[in-house]
Design a protein around this ligand. Structure first.
Ligand SMILES: Cc1cc2nc3c(=O)[nH]c(=O)nc-3n(C[C@H](O)[C@H](O)[C@H](O)COP(=O)(O)OP(=O)(O)OC[C@H]3O[C@@H](n4cnc5c(N)ncnc54)[C@H](O)[C@@H]3O)c2cc1C
Length: 287
């Protein structure tokens, strides 16, 4: 289907984009990679009368180091995450997980900022950002503010971001030495969204868990942090029993929608399996 007509704007700076957003109001939408927005426009689920294209704003692209933080521009595409030597060294969970997103076309155009801003519970970056304890930098007419990814996702396609704000940066703490990590994603076929997925970041001290973050994709109206599962493991050794307990706690917060990927029980069970696999893989990488 062909989208409804719209006016096209191509600002060269974040300031100009914010000004346009303010002037054009709720009839305007930001365009990043277009891999979520354009399908919605073609189906007429979204009918913005103005598109503000962020692709010509160079300041929104790139990956850099700021002390112990890795700063990723919102318009950085998945392929850039995959091939970034800095991320591979400092936050290897991101390149590994980005490989599992969509297909080559999606990874060439789709941006990390668009993936997060869209608030789609099926998207992978929300849970990854929660597991990585990422901070999102938002700019708008009232200035700049920083919000934690944990708490940013409010419901399906709903986030803490105002209509006149732009996500400009994703700030991720670099991994401490011997940080284990994994993103386990069950999908029906290449290019599909997750049936269920789990992101884990883990550190051990003297054989006991000293740091653990667990976040879940596509098993609730938004990405979830599995806090009870984390609390179950903190300070304990990883055994079949403690891992099974954590998986059960993660399953208890799942509230998936039934669809072609499976019914609620199946998706919940798969979330538990993904948590178990991700913890086991992360534990091997802590050594
Ligand atoms: C076939 C297919 C398979 C896919 N599979 C996956 C998958 O497995 N995992 C996955 O995570 N995703 C998947 N996607 C979605 C893809 O990753 C999208 O690229 C992503 O959801 C949105 O990023 P985008 O840059 O394309 O944003 P766009 O589609 O351009 O924008 C999406 C929304 O975010 C807003 N937005 C974009 N950038 C900003 C910003 N900087 N600040 C504020 N608002 C902004 C836009 O206004 C729009 O509302 C798939 C898409 C397709 C078509």
């Amino acid at each position: 289907m062909i989208p409804a007509g719209f006016d096209y704007h191509a600002p060269r700076s974040v300031g100009d984009a914010i000004q346009l957003l303010g002037t054009l109001g709720s009839d305007a939408k930001l365009l990043a990679g277009g891999h979520s927005l354009l399908p919605m426009m073609k189906l007429r689920f979204a009918q913005p009368t103005h598109l503000i294209d962020l692709n010509r704003i160079d300041a929104l692209r790139g990956i850099r180091e700021d002390g112990a933080t890795i700063v990723i521009g919102a318009m950085t595409v998945e392929n850039e995450l995959i091939h970034s030597p800095l991320l591979r060294e400092k936050v290897p969970l991101l390149p590994e997980a980005a490989r599992q997103i969509g297909d080559p076309q999606v990874r060439n155009r789709g941006t990390i900022g668009g993936d997060i801003a869209h608030g789609d519970p099926g998207n992978d970056h929300p849970a990854l950002a929660i597991a990585l304890d990422a901070v999102l930098v938002l700019e708008g007419p009232r200035g700049s503010r920083q919000v934690k990814a944990d708490g940013f996702f409010k419901g399906p396609y709903m986030t803490d971001m105002a209509e006149d704000e732009i996500l400009v940066e994703i700030r991720v703490p670099a991994f401490a030495p011997k940080t284990g990590y994994a993103y386990e994603k069950l999908k029906r076929k290449t290019g599909d969204w997750a049936t269920a997925a789990a992101a884990v970041v883990l550190r051990l001290d003297g054989g006991n868990v000293s740091h653990i973050r667990i976040a879940l994709t596509n098993v609730a109206p938004m990405a979830l942090r599995a806090s009870d599962a984390e609390a179950t493991l903190l300070g304990k050794a990883l055994t079949d029993a403690t891992i099974a307990d954590a998986a059960a706690k993660a399953m208890a917060i799942c509230d998936p929608a039934e669809d072609l990927r499976g019914d609620r029980d199946y998706k919940t069970a798969m979330a538990g399996q993904m948590v178990k696999r991700a913890i086991a893989k992360a534990a091997v990488r802590c050594q």
